[in-house]
Design a binder for this molecule. Structure first.
Ligand code: CU
Length: 70
């Protein structure tokens, strides 16, 4: 297992927070995603070799938000 923290921009309410969490959890290889609206972060636990932070960032962008590795 690996961990990564992403800085997410564009979240304005609890719905956004849920959308980002849902997008991340749909990425194959992601085990858990803790999204914080206050801190604008997503802390993700994932299976190394199964996915990468780039794939997660892409999923977040497809949901309508922006993210970079913290
Ligand atoms: Cu929102």
């Amino acid at each position: 297992m690996d961990n990564v923290t992403l800085n997410v921009t564009g979240m304005t309410c609890g719905h956004c927070q849920m959308s980002v969490a849902k997008a991340l959890k749909e990425v194959s290889g992601v085990k858990s995603a803790e999204v914080s609206l206050e801190k604008n972060t997503a802390v993700i636990e994932y299976k190394s070799g199964k996915t990468t932070p780039e794939v997660m960032i892409k999923a977040i962008e497809e949901a309508g938000y922006k993210a970079v590795v913290a």
